[in-house]
Design a protein around this ligand. Structure first.
Ligand code: SF4
Length: 159
C-alpha cells in the first residue's frame, strides 16, 4: 500500500493484476478498501471486481469511485454486462468470445468496445487508460483467450 501512496501524482496504476478486491468470498473488506482508496489519492488507480453487487459491496464500490479509485464491474457475458450496467454505479467490463475483434452491443443495446491492447500491439494501458475512467459509458470487452498475454504485458507497461 505504501508503494502505491509513493507513486507520482496522476500515475495510472492497476490494482491486482489477477484476483479481486480485498475481502473474503463475496464480501469486500471495507477497511482494506479504504486503505487502497487513501493510497490512490491524486493517482489514477483502477481495478476490476467479480464480487456480487449486494448492498454492502455496491456501497463500497460507489465510495471508492467517489474518491477517485475506478472499480470496474466484471461481467461473465453480455447479458450479465447489461445487468451490471443497469445498476448505474460503476463502469463495466465483459469477457467476450475468444475470436472477438470488433465492437459489439449487449442484448439491451449497450455499446461494447474491445480493449484496444488486445487487438493492437501499439496500445498499452498506459496509452489507453479507459479502465481508469469511472464515468465511462462504454463497456469494455476482453476476448476470452489468447489476448490475455498481450493484455498482461500492456498492463505491466502501465506500472
Ligand atoms: S488497454 Fe484495455 S485493459 Fe488497459 S486500460 Fe485500455 S481498455 Fe483497459
Amino acid at each position: 500500500m505504501s508503494e502505491i501512496a509513493k507513486l507520482p501524482k496522476g500515475t495510472l496504476w492497476r490494482h491486482n493484476q489477477a484476483g479481486d478486491l480485498p475481502g473474503m468470498g463475496d464480501a469486500i473488506d471495507r477497511e482494506a478498501m479504504a486503505g487502497l482508496v487513501r493510497a490512490n489519492r491524486g493517482k489514477r488507480g483502477y481495478t476490476y471486481t467479480h464480487k456480487p453487487m449486494n448492498a454492502d459491496n455496491a456501497a463500497a464500490v460507489v465510495d471508492a469511485i467517489g474518491q477517485g479509485f475506478a472499480v470496474n464491474l466484471s461481467a461473465n457475458d453480455l447479458a450479465h454486462a447489461d445487468e451490471l450496467a443497469a445498476l448505474n454505479i460503476a463502469p463495466v467490463v465483459v469477457v467476450l468470445p475468444a475470436d472477438a475483434t470488433r465492437a459489439t452491443v449487449t442484448p439491451q443495446g449497450r455499446k461494447v468496445a474491445i480493449c484496444p491492447a488486445t487487438i493492437s500491439d501499439n496500445v498499452t494501458c498506459a496509452t489507453c487508460g479507459l479502465c481508469a475512467i469511472a464515468n465511462r459509458k462504454a463497456i469494455i470487452g476482453f476476448p476470452a483467450h489468447g489476448a490475455s498475454k498481450r493484455k498482461a504485458s500492456a498492463v505491466a507497461m502501465a506500472s
